[in-house]
Design a protein. Structure first.
Lengths: 493, 667
């Protein structure tokens, strides 16, 4: 493929001979039935994801689009493209927010488009970013869907020192009126934008009242002004980490499809996934032979269950990263911490607690990708939603719940069975199926990434083949905020 | 009585001053250098950075941009010549080249004027005199009135006597100025008036002559050369029939389709003409030729012509070298029987002008300039380089492309191919038009005449529809350029490899579709471009979809696009140039003071010559408001709408840029 050479026109890679020794991964067995089967299944999942996304991208349908355009307005996604530098990437979140959440009402992307892109590249090359700044592009579509996110965001943003710029291109009513009002600078579009807390809009008085700062003749003008505002922020990104020239992995990233597949019970070596995500497939494995289920170094990825050793190794590693200010990536494929008499006696709860403490306290940017199952306390240990990863993504094959569906069904049938047995009653297979069936169905539905994404439990479902790109953008975005020192809590020894 | 004979004493020329600029100054210096003659350039304020200045051994500033104060400043030029010890002044063409007073001044100051004696310039400069002389020398002359009675009624009467259509020409005119055609008697008065006004402005003299207008005439001219020893040769003829605004645009040698007998009698007539005025140096005798190869003397140009290279190509000579030798008192290097025609040559003049807008001259920066590689059979005669500016003060000619081949067909093919390799970005040029012209079947068959462009107007100005391939290339060139700019900015920053810079157009779970509007003249084309991967795009134009791969190579400061559209590879710069513009956002137009309806706007860069109105005047749409002079041509600026004059921001004599509001109107 020709496109692979593009970075070479920047400058030559300087690498010493032995640096190649640290690469991992093996060529995929592209001709095996298992690989082909996996590949096909993953392709189906990705196609489903893309077709759902395509529907979201269409917005409110052709009629609404036509009506919107006929008023001389830009579509929301065009507004974003026009706000961003030409050709800038846009790392969009939660495209499936609100998916099947409101019965028959379709709420594309939850009624609001959120994401990160590059705006007004300064001559010196400052990069503007989201971790420190949000744009509100207010839209015409009002109502319940719209308010959900902005209001909780407002609270969050004002408790931090975010830069805020509001471009009022439609109605900003009631609570929404506070978005531009509380912004650092705001821009309003002539005849189109309205801001009011209640009562009829007083279009002509906004700039007189000082609620807005710039008066634009149309959408394009407003976005141009917004770009100017950004340019004048005097913001200069200075990443606190060492930056080297990127290098493509040694193996094609789409081979992940064939390695991973859709069957969560099928095992694979997560190193093969890492080999297709990291630069040049270079990976220095920490404690390779100790606690074999967890691979570390900036990346925490796991192969199934976490044992005591895995937890201790992870804790050590998280401490290292936090001390050195190295961002961490968690690749979750976890059924939980090991249970059972032996494990409990070995102090799995204690060791698991150490890992959870370390993850919870680590202040470096954390990123989580759920690449398979995410069950139980494993989700905590591997930086689940509650542990504040900057971004949490899911692959379309992933599942998330307190425990696996089958496991849950087994627990409940066991309970029922025991109760029956205590009552000296029989427990037929049919009864068992009657209990198990709905549970399995419920878990299948609610553990599905679409269900999770609809409720903003994650920041979006991504194509496994986009993982490298998405993580690169996420990592870059997070480096806009300073990495602060980590203060760990008490580790139970 | 003027001195008609110069001394034949040999006066060596070791240093020559070139009283000119642009390509001809460079051309003269080239030959001078070849002959190891030192060169002195003079330059105006506008030419400080120009090519002819960088080529010369010594350079001297002679005044402001306006040529009256610089290149026409005789005293100053003589001063520089004396100061530097230049034995000769080469006037090039234009400027002082046909100025008899200057030739005399040179002689008086003991400096060799590289050109004919002043008497010959004077004799030939006045058309009526020249015709008398030619008539008596046995050179066929066209019927006409060259009389002293200049009353309108007499001129009209003479015109009727000759029979319409007639040509009205300024006696001191040249270069198409002060010249009009009256097709019928009704036309006559207005055309005469118009010719007189222009002549007065250009030459300070509005004496007119009337002559028979030959229909479907060809413009055939003969290059002659004389030395101070009484030797004369003709270097055969050139055909310069295809003209716009009475100015040449494409020339060739020899003239196509004329018989050897005619060729010989043309040459001999031209030599007789030169002999009649004791001509010395390079001169051109212009004839008008009808379909039966009957020719009539029109005028003699007493200088080296713009189109001299075609003659050089077919005769294997260096006419500038000859000029310098003859000026020094040498004999002509060859005599008539040694001169043989060999092959065929074309010259295409590349101008900064807009053929689609009545050949309106333009000016501006040469942002990108790439030429076909020069060779012995491909000459690029130019005075500008990439980054230079075509100035409003002088002729808008950018270059001359001269090609030679064994026969006319091959030469013409070469001419077309080389024109396609000539790429200029930054200003509008006539390159595409020249290509169309050179490709026209009638031109190919040699069926040329001075009305050629008018006759074939519809074919020469086709409603051009850009191929989708070209539109695709334009769109990907734009996004590729954006990318390179982004990468370059990133490399300067503290975060040089930010994926926000390295990745282009990436979107989550879908492709980024972007609509790019490209304006092709007044037509706009919507292109929907999807970013697929890195250098790969899908482009939709109308209902057609194309898979495009593109990459920009930067070679010596020039961006060259390599693209593959649906499997078809192309490299930009092979297929000529197209001009597409990105539309100006509405908000810029609305907030700009130069909104087109607000008043009269300068259609090209130029100098304000006259203002007909004053603030507060009520004007009607179409009423002439002011007169601008640009590229030595006069333009009447009319009111775009009816209204009251609100403001006249510029004064007479001021130089204004294209697009500047000249007069503000109020409803």
């Amino acid at each position: 493929c020709l496109f692979k050479h593009r970075r070479h026109y920047l400058y030559l890679v300087t690498k010493y001979h032995t640096d190649n020794a640290s690469t991992i991964g093996t060529p995929a067995e592209v001709n095996s039935t298992n690989y082909k089967d996996n590949y096909d299944q993953m392709v189906k999942l990705v196609q489903e994801l893309r077709s759902q996304t395509e529907r979201v991208i269409q917005g409110g349908g052709p009629k609404a689009v036509e009506k919107h355009l006929s008023r001389g307005k830009m579509l929301p996604r065009d507004r974003i493209s026009n706000l961003l530098d030409p050709g800038s990437p846009f790392l969009e979140f939660s495209q499936l927010a609100g998916y099947q959440l409101y019965g028959n009402d379709d709420v594309p992307a939850g009624g609001i488009i959120t994401g990160i892109g590059r705006v007004s590249w300064l001559i010196r090359g400052a990069q503007i970013c989201q971790d420190r700044m949000r744009f509100f592009l207010t839209r015409n579509t009002l109502g319940e869907f719209f308010i959900i996110k902005p209001l909780c965001l407002l609270k969050a943003y004002h408790s931090f020192t975010f830069l805020q710029i509001a471009v009022v291109m439609g109605s900003c009513t009631a609570g929404g009126a506070y978005v531009p009002a509380m912004a650092d600078e705001s821009i309003i579009v002539k005849k189109q934008g309205t801001i009011f807390l209640g009562g009829p809009p007083l279009v002509s008085t906004h700039w007189k009242s000082g609620v807005t700062d710039y008066y634009a003749t149309d959408d394009q003008h407003a976005l141009h002004l917004a770009r100017r505002v950004v340019k004048n922020l005097n913001y200069n990104k200075s990443p606190q980490v060492t930056i080297t020239q990127p290098e493509e992995p040694l193996y094609d990233i789409d081979e992940i499809y064939g390695i991973v597949g859709d069957n969560l019970k099928r095992t694979y070596d997560v190193r093969e996934v890492i080999a297709r995500i990291v630069d040049g497939s270079i990976f220095d494995e920490f404690k390779a032979l100790y606690g074999e289920t967890l691979i570390t170094v900036g990346i925490l990825a796991n192969n199934g269950v976490l044992f005591s050793e895995s937890a201790l190794k992870a804790t050590h590693f998280i401490e290292l990263c936090s001390k050195r200010g190295i961002p961490m990536l968690f690749l979750q494929n976890i059924t939980g911490f090991m249970v059972g008499r032996e494990a409990e006696a070995g102090g799995i709860a204690k060791d698991g607690a150490k890992m959870v403490t370390a993850v919870a306290c680590a202040n470096v940017p954390k990123f989580t990708v759920i690449i398979g199952g995410s069950y139980g306390a494993g989700n905590y240990g591997m930086c689940g939603r509650a542990y504040s990863p900057r971004f949490l993504y899911m692959w379309p094959n992933a599942r998330i719940s307190v425990m696996g569906g089958e496991q849950a069904a087994n627990v409940l049938t066991t309970l029922a069975k025991e109760q029956r047995l205590r009552e000296d009653k029989t427990f037929s297979e049919e009864e068992e199926r009657a209990i198990k069936g709905p549970i399995l169905k419920k878990y299948a539905k609610e553990g599905h990434p679409f269900y999770s994404s609809a409720r903003l439990w994650d920041d979006g479902i991504i194509d496994p083949a986009d993982t490298r790109s998405v993580l690169g953008l996420s990592l870059s975005a997070s480096l806009n905020a300073p990495i602060t020192e980590t203060k760990f809590g008490v580790f139970r020894m | 009585q003027n001195i008609r004979f110069t001394s034949t004493v040999f006066q060596p020329i070791n240093k020559v001053l070139i009283a000119n600029r642009g390509e001809i100054a460079c051309r003269v210096m080239q030959s001078a250098k070849k002959m190891a003659i030192q060169t002195v350039a003079v330059y105006s304020e506008a030419d400080v950075q120009s090519m002819h200045v960088s080529m010369a051994d010594e350079t001297y500033y002679i005044g402001p941009a306006a040529s009256q104060e610089s290149y026409l400043n005789q005293k100053k030029i003589i001063e520089v010549a004396k100061y530097t010890g230049a034995q000769a002044i080469h006037p090039g063409y234009g400027f002082l080249s046909e100025n008899a007073e200057f030739a005399e001044l040179c002689q008086k100051e003991g400096i060799i004027f590289v050109g004919p004696p002043s008497s010959a310039i004077r004799d030939m400069g006045i058309k009526s005199t020249s015709k008398h002389i030619m008539s008596s020398a046995g050179v066929p002359v066209i019927e006409g009135y060259h009389g002293d009675d200049q009353s309108d009624s007499r001129l009209k009467q003479e015109a009727e006597h000759i029979g319409f259509p007639v040509m009205i020409k300024a006696v001191r005119g040249g270069g198409g100025k002060g010249m009009r055609t009256a097709m019928t008697v009704e036309d006559f008065d207005s055309q005469l008036q118009s010719a007189r006004t222009e002549a007065m402005k250009s030459f300070g003299d509005d004496v007119m002559l009337i002559e028979k207008f030959v229909e479907r005439p060809r413009h055939v001219e003969v290059q002659v050369f004389g030395d101070k020893h009484g030797n004369y040769v003709y270097l055969f003829e050139r055909d310069c029939s295809v003209q716009r605004r009475h100015q040449k645009i494409i020339e060739e040698a020899p003239a196509p389709g004329i018989s050897e007998t005619t060729r010989k009698s043309l040459g001999e007539a031209a030599v007789r003409a030169a002999q009649a005025v004791n001509y010395v140096g390079a001169g051109t005798v212009e004839f008008i030729m009808d379909r039966d190869e009957k020719f009539y003397f029109m005028e003699m140009n007493t200088r080296l012509q713009v189109e001299h290279p075609v003659t050089e190509m077919v005769t294997g000579t260096d006419l500038v070298e000859w000029q310098l030798k003859v000026a020094a008192g040498d004999r002509l290097p060859v005599l008539q029987d040694e001169l043989k025609l060999k092959g065929h040559a074309f010259e295409a003049r590349i101008y900064a002008e807009d053929p689609d807008n009545n050949f309106m001259p333009g000016a501006g920066p040469l942002l990108h300039l790439s030429t076909p590689p020069p060779a012995s059979d491909v000459r690029i005669e130019t005075g500008v380089r990439q980054g230079d500016e075509v100035s409003v003060h002088y002729d808008p000619m950018i270059a001359k492309l001269v090609v030679w081949a064994d026969d006319r067909q091959s030469a013409l093919r070469k001419c077309r191919a080389k024109l396609r390799q000539y790429n200029i970005v930054g200003l509008t040029t006539n390159i595409r038009f020249l290509e169309d012209l050179a490709s026209h079947p009638s031109f190919e068959s040699g069926d040329v005449h001075t009305g050629f462009i008018d006759q074939h107007y519809s074919e020469l100005f086709p409603r051009r529809t850009l191929s989708h391939n070209v539109v695709c290339q334009a769109a990907v060139a734009l996004v590729s350029l954006e990318r390179i700019q982004t990468w370059n900015s990133a490399l300067e920053s503290k975060d040089p490899f930010s994926p926000f810079a390295m990745e282009t157009g990436s979107r989550i779970n879908h492709e980024f579709k972007r609509t790019i509007t490209l304006n092709d003249g007044d037509k706009s084309i919507d292109v929907q471009l999807s970013y697929i991967r890195d250098d790969t795009y899908v482009i939709v134009i109308g209902d057609k979809s194309y898979h495009v791969y593109a990459m920009l190579d930067t070679v010596a400061d020039k961006n060259i696009l390599r693209s593959v559209v649906d499997g078809v590879h192309s490299k930009a710069s092979v297929d000529g140039s197209y001009q597409l513009k990105l539309p100006t956002p509405k908000f810029i137009l609305e907030t700009s003071a130069t909104a087109p309806t607000a008043g009269a706007i300068a259609p090209m860069p130029g100098v304000i010559e006259k203002v007909n109105v004053k603030v507060g005047d009520t004007v009607k749409a179409g009423q002439p408001l002011l007169i601008m002079i640009a590229m030595k041509m006069e333009y009447v600026i009319q009111a775009p709408k009816s209204g009251v004059i609100k403001e006249i921001p510029h004064n007479v004599g001021e130089t204004v840029n294209k697009g500047v509001t000249l007069i503000k109107l109020e409803d």
